[in-house]
Design a protein around this ligand. Structure first.
Ligand code: VG1
Ligand code: CO
Length: 545
């Protein structure tokens, strides 16, 4: 019996263009017949596996995770891929996947996740593709995948049963060996190489209470292994620690709006000295202190200023990078320690070349993402451990650390306003109005300051010289203030508008204002120009960071 089948489709799926990070759609759309399969076939054709190449497959545990892994294995068997690594129960965080690709010398990884988007049958599903350096596929690869998806009218698959992958072991089907591995081990080993976990544990046990919110998503098993098993902390320090298919109806986006349970514990009740949360696939992090929220752009600056306290970076760093909308707080640190600072478009894939060429060691994005050359993804738990290591060395509170940082380097007041899932027409009207106003804005006054530049950001990769244009509209003002506007590439409903406001202050300026007040003139002037509240019929953004 021939159990390798060829399935034909009548029409290509027109909407398989990957966005900022992978292909994301509603779960229902992903469940259309052949939808996932055609995208996977396109990935395999693009990557061109040879006899010696292996593949990592895992996901954040959301609805459809295991079923998708089975389908992908079936397609891989039909393609005679020699070796596949799957974590037990298919649960693998994005940074752990990046690490595994590198450790096992795999050609690629397929991560089933829509990251910070909600899960469940009424939520979202997604596929991220990572290449052999462990990082997200760059644009030239995702473009090729998209091209295949528009051309292909058939795919191959193995029409047979795939054994359970609920425990460590291995099995062979036809030419393919499938190894089921522990998805947590390698990652925890890596964290032990970078950090002094004993020092952190001693500090925490000495009356420095912490709470970590895994938001019913992928980081639960990792956090329990590190905080409970390795450090011996009480079980209660990990909240929502079991990965659930629908994330227990939480929206696993670690910000003040969606991680409100944690925010309430730290900011209102002041029940702990330190709190942190990660997103659905474990690459984002939010850091909170007692009564104190750390803006992710500031977090990047604090980590960069304190690398000497972390064993993994004790020999110094080669450089830093931030995405364009991320505040320039880290630029001041880079200048002080005399290392280069690069500005890339939004999306982790743009850090890959800089990391691979050792031009940078640390990088980050304003969207709660920080990471380093230890993997090629942003890494939520890594950032949490980094903060704890600094606090353990300095023996201070989160609030003292951030205030001392501002007193030393100055402060970049910063906020991001998200208008989620608004109509595409309204979003494009707002975007076009600003785009068309850019030439008039330049060299004129805006919010009482001179506009020194107004443009649409274009990036030229310093390593391979590839050009990425249309990466965000910018109004750059004379006193190092900026307004940036871009449309999200990860949303699945309507359009999501992101607006970023920044004002930089010196050490002798007022450093303790509420950012919404410090930035009010910029926020108000932009609304006057673009009519955002009127057009969206929203008196405030969906999420304010
Ligand atoms: C958002 C963030 C971006 C991040 C991306 C993927 O993209 O702004 O900084 O890299 O999500 O994060 P967008 O296009 O919606 O602004 V994750 O945690 O979803 O992989
Ligand atoms: Co994520």
């Amino acid at each position: 019996m021939n159990d390798i089948k060829e399935i034909f489709i009548k029409e290509a799926f027109k909407d398989q263009k990957p966005g900022t990070s992978g292909l994301r759609k509603s779960t229902i759309e992903f469940q259309q017949d052949n939808y996932l399969e055609i995208f996977i076939e396109s990935i395999l054709r693009t990557l061109e596996f040879t006899q010696n190449d292996s593949l990592i497959i895992g996901g954040d545990g959301r609805y459809g995770n295991e079923e998708a892994i089975i389908k992908i294995i079936q397609i891989c068997i039909a393609h005679k891929i020699r070796k596949i690594f799957v974590p037990v129960n298919g649960i693998l965080s994005t940074p752990a996947a990046s690490n595994l690709i590198r450790k096992r010398n795999a050609l690629a990884g397929i991560i089933l996740s829509a990251s910070h988007n909600p899960g469940g049958i009424n939520g979202d599903f997604g596929v991220k593709v990572n290449i052999s350096n462990g990082g997200p596929a760059p644009e030239k690869v995702t473009e090729k995948i998209f091209k295949f998806s528009q051309m292909l009218m058939n795919y191959k698959f193995y029409d047979g049963k795939i054994p359970d992958f609920n425990k460590v072991g291995s099995f062979r089907i036809k030419d393919t060996k499938i190894e089921v591995i522990d998805g947590v081990d390698d990652y925890v080993n890596l964290m032990e190489d970078i950090f002094d976990l004993d020092q952190i544990a001693d500090f925490l046990k000495n009356d420095f209470s912490i709470v970590f919110d895994a938001m019913n998503a992928v980081t639960g098993p990792y956090a329990k292994r590190i905080f409970n098993k390795k450090m011996g902390l009480s079980k209660n320090c990990v909240l929502n620690g079991n990965p659930l298919k629908d994330f227990g109806n939480l929206h696993p986006d670690p910000n003040l709006t969606y991680a409100n349970q944690l925010a309430d514990l730290l900011l209102n009740k002041k029940s702990y000295c330190f709190g942190a949360a990660c997103d659905g696939d474990g690459d984002r992090n939010m850091i909170l202190g007692k009564g104190c929220f750390i803006n992710p752009s500031d977090s990047l600056a604090v980590l960069t200023a304190n690398t000497k306290f972390v064993p993994g970076y004790k020999d110094g760093i080669s450089g830093v990078a931030r995405s364009m909308p991320t505040s320039m707080a880290v630029d001041a640190v880079a200048k002080r320690i005399n290392v280069p600072c690069y500005e890339t478009p939004t999306g982790w894939k743009f850090f890959g070349n800089l990391l691979d060429s050792n031009m940078i060691t640390i990088c980050g994005e304003e969207s709660f993402g920080t990471g380093s050359n230890h993997v090629r993804e942003k890494d939520g738990l890594w950032a949490v451990l980094f903060w704890l290591q600094i606090l353990a060395c300095k023996e201070c509170s989160v609030s003292e650390l951030i205030h001392n940082h501002w007193n030393d380097f100055g402060r970049n007041y910063y906020t991001r306003h998200d208008y989620e899932a608004i109509s595409q027409d309204v979003a494009s009207q707002i975007y076009k109005t600003l785009e068309n106003s850019l030439p008039q804005l330049k060299n004129n006054k805006f919010a009482n300051s001179l506009v020194v530049n107004a443009d649409n950001f274009t990036y030229i990769d310093p390593v391979d010289h590839s050009i990425s244009s249309n990466q965000g509209l910018r109004i750059i003002l004379e006193n190092n203030s900026r307004i940036i506007l871009r449309l999200s590439g990860t949303g699945t409903k309507g359009s999501t508008l992101r607006i970023y406001f920044e004002k930089s202050c010196k050490t002798n300026d007022k450093l303790n204002l509420n950012p919404q007040i410090a930035l009010h003139d910029l926020i108000k002037s932009l609304d006057d120009l673009l009519n955002i509240s009127k057009l969206t019929k929203m008196d405030q953004p969906t999420v304010i960071t």
